[in-house]
Design a protein around this ligand. Structure first.
Ligand SMILES: Cc1ncc(COP(=O)(O)O)c(C=O)c1O
Length: 426
């Protein structure tokens, strides 16, 4: 099983057999409140009728069309609908089947873009410590989670990393954006000075780092990265696999921060997590740079058998319609103040060394048990599951990201359950 303690799981399996709206049903018939939107992906909640029907209809009408040299209307329609809600300037779409593939696609676009522009020496990629960009080789190379990297050799060459921005000493218990740390963006200037801008293709960051434990950028940090990348002709890639599609209370993280990247990586919420699909958005300038040469020649040698798959496209269209009908891409902003207050009520409970939040993402960081990192949070996860609430943990951090249809009563239930559990943890 992926990213799972397999032996522990097999001794005591945790199985879901059904889901509806905010709840899962377990194999022993219990209801479990979804505090994590599946894996940060079921933004509209579960088994939404529009999406279910669209998938069934599409499977009967056109199940598959070759992705290479052939097309079908729904992929183009979905690309247009994504561009409609994307930040201005991002207006071309490449489809993939996951966040990891979207990351690889974005990194390859960045490298190839500089090459077609005659700047092939721009081959370095800059990531960040503690970043998560999926599990493929490009993603773990620019990523910064040691456990995901150390077993897999030397990874991609020519990669450097900026420092992460997490600073409990200065920023613990921040509500929203932490105050301290904008100057950490200047580390990019140091890296540029070291390697020279003419060797650097792109910088990739998650606007809010999710999987590593919800690291929220200091106020002004992303704008400063934008200024530095622009100054040096370096492409800025936002990995919005988690922050995309309403998670922060805006359609994308780029909207929340008012900072537009050159390339945006998405997946997860694009199809409400129901069918694997990702999308990479690029600017016209990047798209147009590839559109030279003889017209019968493929412009970009990249793609997947399932890129823009008809059933995934239908699921994506129905998902975006659901978001629109129910105002879900901005609902997080309405719920965020309540969510913030509820989460911060956990301050002062045993083991809690930080609470942080942005939009409908929250984290409770626990003091690790000495010599046994991750154990305390993992036992909170197990206890929460038994008590009927699904949370997610990484390291000793509890992450919460409920579906965007969450009601105040659900928030109370999640936080109340956690409060009880924290009092009983070893
Ligand atoms: C920021 C980010 N990028 C990429 C990925 C990888 O997505 P996937 O698991 O669909 O490959 C994730 C998954 O959590 C993510 O959070």
């Amino acid at each position: 099983m992926p990213f799972t303690a397999n032996r522990q799981f097999k001794k005591n399996p945790r199985m879901f057999v059904a889901a509806k709206d905010m709840h899962y049903t377990t194999s022993d018939g219990r209801q479990v409140l979804d505090g994590t939107a599946g894996l940060w992906c079921c933004n509209a909640g579960h088994a939404r009728p529009r999406i279910v029907e669209a998938i069934a209809r599409q499977a009967a009408e056109l199940d598959y069309a070759p992705a290479f040299q052939m097309g079908h209307p729904k992929a183009f329609e979905l690309a247009n609908r994504i561009v409609d809600i994307a930040p201005d300037g991002l207006n071309h779409v490449l489809f993939t089947n996951s966040g990891s593939e979207s990351v690889e696609t974005a990194l390859k676009v960045a490298l190839a873009y500089h090459r077609v522009k005659g700047e092939g020496a721009r081959s370095r990629l800059i990531g960040r410590e503690r970043a998560y960009h999926g599990v493929n080789f490009g993603g773990i190379s620019v990523g910064g989670i040691v456990t995901n990297r150390k077993m897999f050799g030397t990874l991609l060459g020519g990669v450097d990393h900026m420092p992460h921005t997490h600073n409990l000493a200065k920023n613990a218990f921040s509500k929203g954006l932490p105050e301290y740390g904008v100057e950490l963006a200047d580390e990019l200037e140091r890296i540029v000075t070291l390697h020279d801008a003419s060797t650097i293709a792109a910088v990739i960051v998650e606007p809010v780092a999710g999987s590593t434990g919800v690291l929220i950028p200091p106020a002004g940090y992303l704008q400063r990265l934008r200024d530095i990348t622009k100054k040096h002709g370096i492409l800025l890639i936002f990995d919005e696999v988690i922050t995309g599609f309403g998670r922060l209370g805006t359609p994308f993280g780029a909207d929340y921060f008012g900072v537009t990247p050159d390339i945006m990586v998405t997946a997860k919420g694009l199809t409400n997590g129901v069918i694997p699909m990702g999308a990479v958005l690029v600017s016209s300038e990047i798209h147009d740079a590839f559109m030279g040469g003889p017209e019968h020649v493929i412009e970009f040698f990249h793609g997947y058998t399932y890129s823009g798959n008809p059933i995934a496209s239908a699921a994506g269209l129905a998902t975006l319609e659901t978001y629109k009908e129910e105002g879900l891409l901005t609902r997080g902003a309405e719920m965020a103040p309540y969510f913030e207050e509820a989460l911060h009520s956990l301050k002062g409970l045993p083991h809690v060394i930080d609470v942080r939040n942005i939009g409908l993402v929250g984290a409770i960081e626990l003091q690790p048990i000495a010599g046994q990192p991750t154990k305390r949070a993992f036992s909170a996860f197990l206890k929460a599951f038994e008590a009927g609430v699904l949370i997610r943990t990484t390291g000793d951090i509890i992450a919460l990201s409920p579906p965007l249809i969450v009601e105040k009563s659900h928030i109370d239930h999640i936080v109340g359950t956690l409060a009880d559990i924290l009092k009983t943890l070893e």
